[in-house]
Design a protein around this ligand. Structure first.
Ligand SMILES: [Mg+2]
Length: 347
């Protein structure tokens, strides 16, 4: 189910659960001898095998995931290489998701060791998300595996909750961090751009060149400025993420699909023609969505004019759709809301 909405949420009710050193801990879970030792899980344990997950003890020795096994052993000669067991991790994953679903149905696994739990609509059942987070941590330990620890971030949207779960792994936090409108600025203040999940070195460089040097500056930069820096709608999403709007809860990650047509300046004057054009585009997309078994959760529109000017809009929808008629209805609703808005939120 899609949970994105353009409405800013202020209450921190989205949980992001991230298992600690998941593959390494799964191995330490089933093999008692590995506990307390520096463990490196590898897809292949030959000398050029790559370490994909490290136990806490191995991390403390300075090893990093992605190292070649021979390099890792030079740094940490007592490293215990273990060949990965994907079926084992999937089993634990299933059990963990089972525990999470006992609290709420809005659970979206994001990867084998991460999941989002959206308690937005569970205010009466779970008034305090921190209590839920503590119980989840305890339940996983007592019912799935006593060595399977996790970090939980709680925030008004999934992106900030993920940020919280990452920061929460380090002291002074103890695997639980709430990010809300009261503390967000103080949490962002010491961070560098690259500390934000999803901002790589290229993006950080582009932001710096655009005059944005920190996540805090990014949060207060207007959406259109970020959009200009990112040269895409993604810039707006960054503005949303840092300002409590949901953009990240989706069941599957897939690339968007697009359809486009060129029209003349005269034809553009006719509303009937535009409607017809939208319908054609929606039908094209419907065919492709059905073929690929995709559902649409977000719609973006760009009009590019001959003189290089452009006009963009993007919005997320609450119920995923796969058919042209529903898509068209969403687009009409959006057009109505833009007509009635006193200051169009567009450029
Ligand atoms: Mg993890």
């Amino acid at each position: 189910m899609n949970q994105n909405s353009l409405q800013a949420r202020t209450q921190a009710r989205v949980l992001f659960v991230d298992m600690d050193s998941f593959f390494a801990r799964c191995e330490q879970q089933v093999n008692y001898w590995l506990r307390g030792r520096p463990v490196g899980v590898c897809v292949y344990t030959g000398q050029f095998g790559c370490v994909i997950s490290l136990s806490k003890e191995a991390k403390a020795r300075g090893l990093k995931a992605g190292m070649r096994l021979n390099d890792a052993i030079k740094v940490c000669p007592d490293l215990v290489p273990v060949e990965s067991n994907p079926a084992r991790y999937r089993e634990f994953h299933k059990k963990i998701i089972g525990v999470l679903k006992e609290y709420c149905q809005d659970v979206v696994p994001k990867s084998i060791d991460e999941a989002i739990i959206n308690l937005t609509n569970y205010e009466h059942i779970h008034p305090d998300p921190v209590v839920v987070a503590r119980r989840i941590k305890q339940d996983i330990l007592s019912r799935v595996g006593d060595f399977l620890t996790c970090s939980v971030g709680i925030a008004p949207n999934a992106f900030l909750a993920k940020l919280g779960s990452g920061l929460g792994k380090k002291p002074p936090y103890d695997g639980l961090l709430v990010i809300d409108p009261q503390n967000i600025d103080s949490i962002l203040r010491p961070l560098k751009l690259g500390d934000l999940p999803g901002i790589g070195s290229n993006m950080a460089y582009r932001l710096e060149r655009g005059g944005i040097h920190t996540p805090l500056e990014m949060r207060y930069a207007p959406a259109h400025r970020l959009k200009a820096i990112f040269k895409s709608i993604e810039g707006m999403y960054w503005h949303y993420r840092l300002n409590f709007i949901e953009t990240n809860i989706a069941s599957h990650d897939y690339k968007g699909m697009q359809a486009q047509r060129q029209i003349s300046a005269e034809k553009r004057q006719s509303m009937a023609y535009i409607e017809q054009l939208f319908m054609t585009l929606c039908l094209t997309l419907e065919k492709r969505m059905v073929r690929h078994k995709f559902y649409c959760k977000a719609i973006a529109f760009t009009a590019r004019y001959k003189d290089e000017n452009r006009w963009d809009d993007a919005f997320t929808i609450t119920t995923p759709v796969q058919d042209a008629v529903s898509l068209m209805r969403m687009i009409r609703l959006r057009m109505e809301s833009l007509k009635n808005s006193p200051t169009p939120p567009l450029f």
